[in-house]
Write a protein of this length. Structure first.
Length: 59
């Protein structure tokens, strides 16, 4: 299990290379209030365009 801040695209992309079998895309504690809308849009786009190589993902 690997927690990834939803507002950080670099960390989102790096998370694919981890050995974790599950990615938790955090839109709450890891994202400042002023970045929440951007983080939601980023995660939404990312979920639709990335090959997760069989990893489970949760938001």
């Amino acid at each position: 299990m690997h927690f990834v801040p939803g507002a950080n695209e670099k960390m989102l992309h790096k998370s694919i290379a981890t050995n974790a079998d599950s990615l938790i895309l955090d839109l709450e504690d890891a994202v400042t209030p002023e970045r929440k809308d951007d983080a939601r849009a980023t995660v939404n786009d990312w979920l639709g365009s990335v090959d997760f190589e069989g990893k489970e993902r949760s938001v």
